[in-house]
Design a protein around this ligand. Structure first.
Ligand code: ADP
Ligand code: MG
Length: 366
């Protein structure tokens, strides 16, 4: 097991700068998830760590030792790809045994290691089968088993369950989490799926255009997004973002969104005045938009134009000025399109961003 450290990594494909000054430390036994949209450089970063891709600048350290000039096979890192590359002519047992036989491990040792890994990942009953007889989920279990069998220093996984159907992905997420809790191998897991990232990670690393946007625990990136990109990439339905103007009248403070005023604590105005930002965007997740049937202090009357029932809750689109504000309500709270309700903002869930840079102003209200 190992600590992995990336120092000032730069990578170009021709003129395209795909990894930009990436600095990151993944602690021993940590489960780190690289999360970002397609094309942002996740796979390239993972392949660089594994030694499958050369970097143009920077250092990669495993347990403090620079490895960027070592061949992939000398880095002692295992890689699981989205498409399980199993050997079709070998049984599951022999697929698992392959990396061990390559090191000329004696038969008894091979049998012991394969049996123990097969038990850990729950595929003992499949050992005699060939890959063609396996389901997609089982094939990926075998691929993960084969990566783990030689007890690598670290396990790298590139969208390993992306090709499976939704139900199986959910089941595999739980299995991967359990396996990591039992095994504790330092893991770097790549995905574009924020649900996967949030549910698996100790640390989420959000990436965009080759740049690390934020590194934090799932709750940190959710509750304190560092910038507008992270704020809108994490969370579903997506956070409401609107240009915000602030007003103080008759002892009341309000934020004007899409031309409509919502009351907020005056503390917000004091905090914003203390920041250099000129234009501010306010972000609030649907669960921070609070609806009521009766007029309440600080609330604003709005019309409902769309209801999406999710089961445990509804997502309701409200017309605010010329735009939409999305709220999360108890299911059935509003009965139909056109209904008028009172909306207020839960200021403790409001995020404030500098529009010029996209950066969070870095404070939350009580
Ligand atoms: N071998 C390659 N040659 C040229 N460009 C590449 C190569 N591999 C990836 N790219 C480009 O590098 C960028 C990052 O790709 P990748 O790391 O695969 O992103 P992700 O895994 O986040 O989808 C993309 O713009 C992609 O088109
Ligand atoms: Mg990729």
């Amino acid at each position: 097991m190992a600590e992995i450290r990336l120092e000032n990594i730069q990578k170009y494909f021709g003129a395209v700068h795909v990894i930009r000054e990436v600095n990151l430390t993944i602690k021993d036994r940590e489960f780190c998830v690289l999360l970002g949209p397609s094309g942002c450089g996740k796979t390239t970063t993972l392949r660089a760590i594994a030694g499958l891709e050369e970097i143009d600048e920077g250092r990669i350290l495993i347990d403090g030792k620079p490895v960027q000039d070592l061949h992939a096979s000398d880095r002692d890192i295992a890689f699981v790809f989205q498409l399980y590359a199993l050997y079709p002519h070998l049984t599951v047992f022999e697929n698992l045994a392959f990396p061990l036989r390559a090191t000329r491990m004696p038969d008894a040792g091979v049998r012991k290691s394969v049996t123990s890994v097969a038990e850990a990942i729950g595929i003992t009953h499949l050992l005699k089968l060939r890959p063609s007889a396996l389901s997609g989920g089982d094939m990926q279990r075998v691929a993960i088993g084969r990566a783990l069998v030689r007890r690598p220093k670290a396990l790298l996984m590139d969208e390993p369950i992306g090709a499976l159907d939704a139900k199986l992905r959910e089941q595999m997420r739980v299995e991967l989490k359990r396996l990591h809790l039992e095994n504790g191998s330092t893991s770097i897991y790549v995905t574009h799926d924020q649900v996967e990232a949030m549910s698996l990670a100790d640390t989420v690393v959000v990436m965009h255009d080759g740049v690390l946007q934020q590194v934090g625990s799932p709750s940190e990136v959710y509750l304190r997004p560092a910038n507008l990109f992270v704020a809108q990439f994490i969370g579903s339905p997506v956070m409401n973002i609107a240009d915000a103007q602030f007003r103080q009248e008759a002892g009341r403070s309000s934020v004007v969104l899409h031309g409509e005023a919502f009351e907020i604590p005056s503390q917000a105005l004091t905090m914003i005045a203390s920041k250099p930002a000129k234009d501010i965007a306010l972000g609030i997740r649907p669960e921070g938009v609070v609806l009521s049937h009766a007029e309440s202090p600080g609330a604003h009357q709005v019309g409902v134009h769309l209801i999406q029932p999710y089961g445990p809750f509804d997502i309701v689109d409200l017309t605010v000025g010329t735009s939409t504000l999305r709220a999360r309500t108890a299911s059935g709270f509003v009965s139909g399109k056109g209904q008028r309700v009172w909306a207020s903002l839960d200021a403790s869930q409001a995020h404030f961003f500098d529009k010029a840079t996209g950066a969070s102003l870095g404070f939350r209200l009580e």
